[in-house]
Design a protein around this ligand. Structure first.
Ligand SMILES: NC(=O)c1ccc[n+]([C@@H]2O[C@H](COP(=O)([O-])OP(=O)(O)OC[C@H]3O[C@@H](n4cnc5c(N)ncnc54)[C@H](O)[C@@H]3O)[C@@H](O)[C@H]2O)c1
Ligand SMILES: O=c1[nH]c(=O)c2nc[nH]c2[nH]1
Length: 552
């Protein structure tokens, strides 16, 4: 039997009485034994016979292992549902949560769920290996959306799922039947008229001239036919779910009543797994185990442990420490807890750009664009801001932006002392940051941009979705009006993928400050960038000419 008992010396901190560590899988309650801290959720699921969830790449890149996690969010006071890569999720990271796998969605025996039925009817499954992952990504999107998702949201939710057979078209088509349509097309209101006076056809959603004739039935515009696309589209009314006789799995009532408790469990080879719920507990653990690895999404640590065979002895899951999960809108900027997941951050950025003056949110817009291409949805649902910062990867997509945007990092030590450092000064070398073993990243402060201050992102990868950058960048310029001219008052340009760390173009900055914002400045700046961003012919990573072409 597993238990949530605290280690003896941790007793005063956790304080809760012992009880079983519990997980629900497809509505079935399961007690988690102690000793499994080395297991991933995927290994556990397959061990208990749920082999629909597949092991593909094992590093969160293919989506074959996608499952849906549901848990009660104390802050939002509601259940949240999201897709994750089970191949990276540590088993104990989902304690107290509900996992739905493809077996819990529908089957030929109990009837196919509409998502499965639509995929089958559209020939969206061939060898079938990736199919459960696609089903689960789509299912999680539908379960988590209050309104029908848009076509764009559907495509976005599949960015972390790879298929090597279908070419994606039948899969996208199968799922687009669940998309929200624009009701205005059917209401004959002015909103269906384009500004140019063109009319949008209710059948095709494209501009056409069928309005006057088509509406009284005399003549209808040409509808796209199955032959045109070589497939038979399935309409939502055809996929009515009538073959689905099972009930949709509800969130287990026990988990609504059950509060999370601090965890102390073990794994193979003496591995210890802690889940503190208070910052004080976390700091005491860090003092006791200075070499402990903090984990949130485990999307970096998991790869280090499995693929690079690095053995950590103590893992501390900080995903549920409230101080690390703050998201505060302040007068001068945004305070972001280090454990905030990228999907939460994305939502917050979208909210503030709707609510605040446009000039204040230039950085937020740049982050939204960069996070879009950062990774698949499953990764963004678990990977945290602090994990990406502290990994200090030379190709980090976000670190050049934190630096360029003038972000500040708050660091806390084991005694509770807090210091602040500019993001620009935090990165010291290849995967090396300004943190001692007794310190952790507490939060990030992102200032609002000022009028005439602009932040932009850049990323070039082999493909757009879910790929590591070859070169990326974050850039900020603050302009001042001087008479007729706009003069550069402050700036920072930071490149990734060109050095062992995110690299600030110092000479370029010096050159452009005080200069007029014009073509001459651009030409001069490019010359200085060649000096700042210097790549030797044998630079690690190769593709030197190609990489150089992005900054010269
Ligand atoms: N696997 C993928 O496909 C993929 C894709 C994009 C990004 N990523 C990864 O996303 C990661 C971010 O998320 P994650 O939550 O999964 O990381 P994680 O849980 O794997 O932790 C990553 C590193 O950050 C450290 N860390 C985390 N929080 C910290 C804190 N508050 N203070 C000090 N150190 C802290 C951890 O100890 C660890 O060294 C990035 O590191 C990036 O490499 C992975
Ligand atoms: O910032 C990042 N962007 C990525 O695309 C990525 N992939 C792995 N690790 C990563 N970090």
């Amino acid at each position: 039997m597993g238990s949530l008992k605290n280690e003896e010396e941790m007793e005063p901190i956790g304080g809760e009485s012992s009880r079983d560590a519990v997980l629900y899988v497809n509505g079935v309650r399961r007690v988690l034994p102690d000793g499994l801290a080395h297991l991933t959720l995927l290994e556990y699921l397959r061990d208990i016979g749920l082999t629909g969830t597949k092991l593909g790449c094992g590093e969160g890149g293919c989506g074959a292992c996608t499952v849906m996690v549901s848990h009660y969010n104390e802050v939002l006071k509601k259940c949240v549902h999201y897709a994750v890569n089970a191949c990276l999720a540590p088993l104990y990271s989902v304690e107290g949560m509900h996992i739905i796998t493809v077996e819990g969605v529908g089957s030929r025996k109990s009837g196919l769920h509409p998502v499965q039925e639509s995929l089958a009817r559209s020939h969206g499954s061939q060898c079938g290996f990736c199919t459960p992952g696609f089903i689960m990504s789509m299912y999680a999107l539908l379960r988590s959306s209050e309104l029908p998702p848009t076509e764009e949201q559907i495509e976005e939710c599949l960015a972390g799922n790879l298929c090597r057979c279908t070419g994606y078209r039948p899969i996208i088509d199968a799922f687009q039947v669940f998309a929200k349509t624009d009701d205005a097309f059917y209401t004959n209101t002015s909103s269906s008229d384009l500004q140019s006076g063109e009319f949008l056809c209710p059948s095709t959603g494209k501009p056409c001239s069928c309005k006057s004739k088509g509406l009284n039935g005399a003549e209808t515009c040409k509808k796209s036919t199955a032959n045109e696309h070589n497939y038979e589209p399935v309409s939502y009314s055809e996929v009515d779910g009538s073959t689905y006789t099972d009930k949709e799995l509800i969130f287990p009532p026990e988990l609504l009543l059950r509060k999370l408790t601090p965890l102390y469990l073990n794994g193979f080879g003496g591995l210890k797994w802690f889940r503190p719920l208070k910052i004080q507990h976390l700091l005491e653990l860090k003092a006791k185990f200075p070499d402990a690895k903090l984990v949130v999404g485990n999307t970096e640590v998991g790869i280090e442990m499995r693929l690079k065979r690095i053995q950590y002895k103590v893992l501390i899951s900080v995903a549920h420490v409230p101080e690390l999960n703050v998201l505060h809108v302040k007068d001068d900027g945004l305070e972001i807890g280090a454990a905030v997941r990228l999907s939460e951050l994305l939502q917050m950025f979208r909210k503030v750009i709707n609510e605040r003056a446009a000039h204040e949110t230039s950085s937020c817009k740049a982050f939204i664009e960069q996070i879009k291409w950062f990774a698949g949805t499953q990764i963004k649902n678990v990977a945290c801001v602090g994990g990406n910062i502290c990994t200090a990867s030379p190709i980090s997509d976000l670190n050049p932006l934190w630096m360029a945007a003038g972000a500040k990092f708050q660091i806390i030590d084991c005694k509770g002392n807090i210091r602040t450092i500019m993001a620009e000064n935090f990165f010291l070398g290849y995967r090396k940051v300004d943190l001692t073993s007794g310190e952790i990243l507490l939060s990030i402060f992102l200032p609002w941009t000022r009028p005439f201050e602009y932040v932009k992102e850049f990323k070039q990868a082999h493909r757009r979705d879910d790929d590591i950058a070859i070169v990326n960048a974050g850039m900020r310029v603050f302009l001042e009006e001087k008479g007729e001219d706009l003069v550069v008052s402050d700036s920072l340009i930071v490149y990734g993928g060109v050095a062992p760390l995110s690299l600030s173009a110092v000479k370029t900055k010096e050159f452009i400050i005080g200069k007029n914002w014009d073509q001459e400045l651009l030409q001069g700046a490019l010359k200085f960038l060649e000096i700042d961003i210097f790549l030797k012919e044998d630079a690690p990573g190769g593709m030197v000419e190609f990489r150089k072409s992005f900054n010269t």
